[in-house]
Design a protein around this ligand. Structure first.
Ligand code: NDP
Ligand code: GDR
Length: 346
């Protein structure tokens, strides 16, 4: 049975990837951060009683800031494939926590590579690494962006990802490790964190429709992004590790829309005029913004045979429908007299 190790398994992508790998028969190991509250909500539906020995999904406490722990988990699990998805992944927050973000996103990748390098040399065993690179690395570079486009990062997060990318490339060349860099453009889903703009909008749509919220505060509505569906994108990650040679790939839909376009589509799907509810709040602006990301996924299509299945409108509908149901459940609880949080996404 093939074994995979996922950092960031509790995140949006980690949960879809774990489902995909389990469906392919893998034994899946995930690294989970210790938190004072449960943080496994996205994988609870595939995680069973850990006291049963036959389980194919196993969790380990660890952190990308803790190199010794990573090394120990790697030696214990002996995975065939590693997916490095763990990150402080919020661009705006990376301006508030630049050192922490760079440590986890950049140096954290280096810690993992160092552990892999020693593990490979000491045991003679091979393991493949997928590195979660980002379109944010292109930042201010002119669209469309592909594998040949020069990086121009515009946030501490993006600079950290560029460092991670180059650490991976260097270790591939220096130590002949199988390390694939994915350069993924924005991908969303009903499991997207509620502080990213798409989910913040679709959560608000559900809540506004049911009278649980009236206003939605947003920043720059003119930014353009190439938005795809996370479920499609984890398939591309897996395909990168099934190749004979490690390489770098852009994963995108090839179509870009503005935040305003997303607003119109999401509110429109619920039959609401977004202009009556959306207000500007400068706190959501970034000191340096990324205006226009549009990916050219030709290489992934040609070499990996990968294509997105879900388009922009289907993605918006999927997220709004999910969040309408969620708002209905919230309303039921509120109407029944159970106090629950009414905090909207930051
Ligand atoms: P999420 O923010 O949903 O998930 C991030 C994951 O990383 C969570 O499991 C989180 O744990 C974990 N994590 C955070 N800090 C640490 C740490 N110090 N050590 C170990 N794990 C940590 O991100 P996504 O699933 O959306 O993205 C997955 C990866 O892909 C990230 O690296 C992101 O930067 C990158 N990416 C994402 C894109 C997107 O559009 N979604 C596009 C391009 C790249 P916890 O649950 O405890 O917070
Ligand atoms: P991004 O995603 O920065 O592209 O990073 P996000 O959804 O946060 O922002 C997209 C665009 O929307 C604008 N925006 C707002 N953003 C947020 N979060 N909240 C708001 O209120 C708001 N108003 C306008 C932003 O300015 C921006 O232009 C995501 C993350 O998943 C990264 O980890 C990943 O690497 C990239 O996508 C690709």
């Amino acid at each position: 049975m093939r074994k995979a190790l996922i950092t960031g398994i509790t995140g949006q992508d980690g949960s879809y990837l774990a489902e995909l790998l389990l469906s392919k028969g893998y034994e899946v190991h995930g690294i989970v951060r210790r938190a004072s509250t449960f943080n496994t909500e996205r994988i609870d539906h595939i995680y069973q009683d850990p006291h049963e020995s036959h389980l194919r999904l196993k969790l380990h406490y660890g952190d990308l800031a803790d190199g010794t722990g990573l090394r120990r988990i790697l030696e214990h699990v002996q995975p065939d494939e590693i997916y490095n998805l763990g990150a402080q992944s919020h661009v705006r927050v990376s301006f508030d926590q630049p050192e922490y973000t760079a440590d986890v996103v950049g140096t954290g990748t280096l810690r993992l590579l160092e552990a892999i390098r020693d593990y490979t040399q000491n045991t003679g065993r091979m393991t493949k690494l997928y590195q979660a690179g980002s379109s944010e690395m292109f930042g201010a570079a002119n669209p469309p962006q592909n594998e040949g486009t020069e990086f121009y990062p515009r946030s501490p997060y993006a600079v950290g990802k560029v460092a991670g990318f180059w650490f991976c490339k260097n270790y591939r060349e220096a130590y002949n490790l199988f390390v694939a860099n994915g350069i993924l453009f924005n991908h969303e889903s009903p499991r997207r964190g509620e502080t990213f703009v798409t989910r913040k909008i679709t959560r608000a749509v559900g809540r506004i429709k049911l009278g649980l919220q009236d206003k939605l505060f947003l920043g720059n509505l003119d930014a353009k992004r190439d938005w795809g569906f996370a479920g499609d994108y984890v398939e591309a990650m897996w395909r990168m590790l099934q190749q004979d040679e490690a390489d770098d790939y852009v994963v995108a839909t090839g179509k870009a829309y503005s935040v305003r376009d997303f607003l119109e589509a999401a509110f429109g799907h619920a039959g609401i005029d977004y202009k009556k509810h959306v207000e500007f709040d400068p706190r959501y602006l970034r000191p340096t913004e990324v205006d226009y990301l549009l990916g050219d996924p030709s290489k992934a299509k040609e070499k990996l045979g990968w294509e997105p299945k879900v388009d922009f409108n289907e993605l918006v509908r999927m997220m709004v429908d999910h969040d309408m149901d969620m708002a209905a459940r919230e309303k039921t609880l509120i109407d029944a007299g159970h106090a629950i949080s009414t905090r909207a996404g930051d």
